[in-house]
Design a protein around this ligand. Structure first.
Ligand code: ATP
Length: 390
């Protein structure tokens, strides 16, 4: 994989940029300007592709253009969040909605371009690891795309074996790919919920669990379902109008606590807004549930523990001379692919260390640690009696 900057322009690139302009509807000059500002980035992976690192006008972040194949794959849209169900459901889904489970992994769009299958991250990078793993493990995905090459399968990768979001599910301990949207590559138009579910089922493609069809007046029932999911260690729901045009998420406090617990281990590397938003979310859910007295105190204690305990653990670890790292593993068919993937992470600016490479029946298991620089450095500084500016 090769990342190219604007200085490396040549005539081939000029041709490519013309194609990017054609496919995005932007003037050629604008594409050059956006490349200069690093909004559009050129990457080579088998063939060159251009990705939008940020939203530009109507073009979504993560949109990818393959100039050689004259193909565009639109980015996956942002999903907004409800803080209160009772009023929100009435406002956004007066005629009812489908609730699907929100799986907690990472967003992957899988497409066929020029006969090659690629899996794109939310930001529009072809992930070599995810591409290979889905190709190897999810044959129905390939079959579906071969029959419908104009479509994008949008889904969540869950399980422990990935570098982005490790969370094990009983149905996918290590690696699973569950589809939640089928969109048109060019227009981004989604299939309506029922049609999508039927078509995917017919093709044997795995999809996110469906909780059912609800009315806004069912808000209490939905809240109970979300809390049940939370108790099972699951995240929450995504609500969709039957035509798939309105999509909104809502998640459980239990899951928010787990997020906080994880992130507070690396308290200085996560943005402060990350923490604050989650705390506010929890307050609204506690209010809408009508929690009072002991029940409210218990909810508050769980939140407090999710903040305090991981930070104290981090301080303890660093005080005893260890580093705090995020440890994960991947399984790849060849060492070469593993190394390629490590280079991919390094390009993203992630500091990693390979601890162990183990030969298994499926190929090679790489045991990797990610170092969170700021948390390690800052904690050490405070432990040595260093000052803070506040
Ligand atoms: P954004 O808010 O920009 O969508 P985010 O990283 O903040 O992104 P999340 O809070 O994780 O996203 O929620 C949105 C994501 O949830 C989607 O991008 C998708 O990857 C994931 N997701 C999981 N299950 C579903 C589902 N059933 N339907 C739609 N999206 C789902």
């Amino acid at each position: 994989m090769r990342f190219t900057n604007e200085k490396e322009h040549d005539t081939t690139m000029d041709k490519e940029i013309k194609r990017v302009a054609e496919l995005t509807g932007l003037p050629v000059k604008k594409v050059y300007w956006l490349m200069k500002r690093d909004v559009i980035q050129r990457i080579e992976y088998g063939q060159p592709y251009y990705r939008f690192r940020h939203k530009h006008g109507k073009i979504l972040k993560g949109t990818v253009v393959f100039p050689e194949e004259r193909e565009i794959v639109q980015g996956f849209p942002k999903i907004r969040r409800l803080y209160t169900l009772k009023e929100g459901l009435r406002k956004y889904f007066p005629d009812g909605f489908y609730a699907e489970e929100k799986l907690d992994g990472y967003n992957v769009r899988t497409v066929l371009v020029g006969g090659e299958q690629y899996s794109l991250t939310r930001g529009g990078i072809i992930c070599p690891y995810t591409t290979e793993r889905i190709k190897r493990q999810e044959k129905q995905v390939t079959e579906f795309l071969e029959e419908n090459p104009e479509k994008v399968l949008c889904g969540e990768v869950i399980g422990l074996e990935n570098p982005y979001q490790e969370k094990s599910y009983p149905e996918a301990k290590e690696f699973g790919y569950y589809i939640f949207d089928v969109r048109d590559k060019k227009t981004n138009k989604p299939l309506p919920v029922e049609e999508r579910r039927t078509v995917l089922e017919e093709h044997g493609v795995k999809q996110v669990p469906l909780l059912g069809l609800f009315k806004p007046s069912d808000w209490k029932k939905l809240l109970t379902e979300v809390r049940k999911l939370g108790d099972q260690g699951r995240e929450g729901v995504v609500l969709k109008s039957p035509d798939s045009r309105t999509i909104i998420k809502y998640t459980s406090n239990q899951n928010t606590n787990r997020d906080l617990e994880y992130a507070f281990r690396f308290y200085s590397d996560y943005g402060q807004a990350f923490f604050f938003r989650r705390i506010v979310r929890e307050a609204f859910q506690a209010w809408e549930l009508g929690l009072e007295g002991k029940a409210l105190e218990e909810e508050a204690a769980r939140l407090g523990k999710s903040i305090m305990l991981p930070m104290v653990q981090t301080i303890q670890e660093i005080a005893s001379g260890r580093e705090v790292t995020e440890d994960f593993r991947i399984t790849v068919p060849s060492k070469k692919l593993g190394q390629e993937f490590i280079r991919h992470l390094e390009h993203l600016g992630i500091v990693i260390r390979v601890n162990k490479i183990e030969k298994t029946n499926e190929g090679y298991k790489f045991w990797i640690s990610r170092r969170y620089q700021s948390t390690n450095d800052k904690t050490k500084h405070y432990l040595e009696g260093g000052l803070s500016e506040e």
